[in-house]
Write a protein that binds this ligand. Sequence first.
Ligand SMILES: [Zn+2]
Length: 373
Amino acid sequence: MSFADVLNQEVPKKILDGALRKDRLASTYLFCGEVGIGKWALALELAKAINCQSNENQVCDDCLSCRKIDKLIHPDVKMIFPVPSVKTPEETERFRKEKIKDPYAIVKFEKNVNIPVDQIRQMQKELDLKPFEAKRKVVIITEVENMHPASANSLLKTLEEPPPDSHLILTTTDINRLLPTVVSRCQQIRFGKIPSSLIEKRLKQNYRVPEKKASLYAKISNGSLGKAIELVQGEKENIRQDAMGLIKTALEEKTVEIIERIDELQNKWDRNSILEMFEFLISLFRDIYLTLETSCSQKLINHDIASELVKLSEKFKRQNKIEEALKAIDQIRMECKTRNVNLKLALLTLCFQLRDLSQNKPIYYNVRSGSIG
Ligand SMILES: [Zn+2]
């Protein structure tokens, strides 16, 4: 990414760009605005611009510094974010992974998160040291409204006497919940809502959301790209669950129930969503196959439902039938993608194929000719 990839927010970008060029960056910024509108994304780009090794005051995205910051592993760029009171390394790692994948992701933890004072004290110790490899140290503290009062008081010391060669970027969705003494020591930058036309365009380009849905989600999300992405992901999870349900129906139910289930799916989802369901079917069957090879569920794409996948793998009497099932799904998926195949017929064919393979029978349905026999 670069400043240009941060959607909208022309005023914040202009202020920061000007300060970078004149080498007059404030020691502490406070980015204010709603969730999912690009505060984190721009904070990260600013950290990159401050330290980019190739471009003066800009982001090359290619030098070691830019790449390390993108992966959130730069020793001089520190992230502090609210965590549940009983913090686990997995949760911290989840925040990191989701933010690397998408800087607009809204990462949620269980309730009652806060920024504990030991994190602020640790940060202060680190700021006392010279940068390891960067030109200047950068600390990004998100959702500062969730700071423990002791943390806010401790942070004040740093804001009053900012350490040299370092910048703090605080972000908040609710400036009214901050101590006035904290607010007064920062340069405030206000972020606005993103116009829905820009969100719609981004959803289509970067998240491959079809036109109608992109338009709908852009409107519902009320100016927040992060919320729009949540809607897309929520729908994806629904489709994945329906794909899983379809496999179970195919392997466990009678023909009548299979037909009913497919009618339901056809009423519920449009063509693009059903095509996406095929992608999930493939990833689920890859995992079913993998459960035969490994007992480490972390290696599975769908590791959250590993035990269900193991149960399904047991329904196949022979390993090579699972391989055949994968091929069958892939073949039907390609037929549906490249030709105007009747989707109901395609799903029916697929279910009967899966059922027969699990019973160790040969398969010979052909979705293209439209014959099920
Ligand atoms: Zn760079």
